[in-house]
Design a protein around this ligand. Structure first.
Ligand code: MF3
Ligand code: CO
Ligand code: CO
Length: 260
């Protein structure tokens, strides 16, 4: 396993790609409402990335993925394919955006609630969001990947939810998915030590029921086996000399950074 340390020039490109990915989520927010289809959301994001950002939607044709974004609704865990199905009140949806700008990738996702929120929806959304930020706040040179996984798992399980094991965060840069694998479960003081200049995602997938998942026949969409709700949030992170920088941070999230 070889983990690349990004140069100053590469980091600057990662910052641009990360900011653009975050801006797509901000742009799409007012459209994520009852009655719209996930296919329409895909089209709006696709056009924005190509025409406004002069960037490339990384999912399109990635290993044969047919659309420009991933949309995972309710019991869909990740890699949901945008379709002509309409969103309705009470649904929860993850929108996952990856853009390529100047050869470098930015990867980020967030949850939206359609119309009236539900107690279960809010619970699983909050558990995965807080778990992500608990993981992010640990990042600095010298800590180990197992510390991040352990902290995320412990928090999620304390909320009576479960962590999906089959999919993980990943190194990112010129490639969409690089080493290392960033597991969202694990043991403290195990795994690779972080070094300044590494860039990777943290993207915990959290189920309100059991952790087990299955792949649908489309060969992309991952769903919970027990059909329980699932939520995920994702950021692309840079390890700095004294901590972390969230390359995909959105304006609305700036207050998250101050917390510890
Ligand atoms: N964006 C996803 C991730 O966080 C990967 C999607 S792969 C695709 O790693 F092909 F489905 F787009
Ligand atoms: Co990712
Ligand atoms: Co992603």
């Amino acid at each position: 396993m070889s983990v690349s340390i990004k140069t100053v020039e590469e980091i600057e490109k990662m910052r641009v790609a990360g900011r653009l990915a975050g801006e797509v989520l901000t742009m799409i927010e007012p459209h994520v409402k009852a009655g719209i289809t996930t296919g329409e959301l895909d089209q709006i994001c696709h056009d924005y990335i190509i025409n406004e950002q002069q960037a490339i939607p990384a999912p399109l044709n990635y290993r044969g993925f047919p659309k420009s974004i991933c949309t995972s609704v309710n019991h869909q865990v990740c890699h949901g394919i945008p379709s002509d199905k309409k969103l309705k009140s009470g649904d929860i949806i993850n929108v996952d955006i990856t853009v390529i700008k100047d050869d470098y990738h930015g990867d980020t996702s967030k949850m939206f609630t359609i119309g009236k929120s539900t107690i279960q929806g809010d619970r699983v959304i909050d558990a995965s969001h807080i778990a992500l930020w608990k993981g992010i706040h640990l990042v600095k040179p010298g800590i180990r990947l197992g510390d991040i996984g352990h902290t995320i798992q412990k928090y999620v399980e304390s909320k009576n939810c479960s962590v999906v094991r089959e999919y993980c965060g990943h190194g990112i840069g010129k490639s969409f998915h690089e080493d290392p694998q960033v597991l969202h479960y694990g043991k403290p003081d195990t795994g690779m030590e972080l070094e300044a200049g590494m860039t990777f995602t943290i993207e915990p997938m959290v189920n309100i029921g059991k952790r087990h998942v299955k792949l649908l026949k489309d060969n992309w969409t991952v769903v919970t086996k027990d059909h329980s709700l699932s939520a995920q949030w994702e950021h692309t992170i840079l390890v700095t000399e004294d901590g972390f920088e969230v390359l995909t941070l959105r304006e609305e999230e700036k207050s998250q950074i101050a917390q510890s």
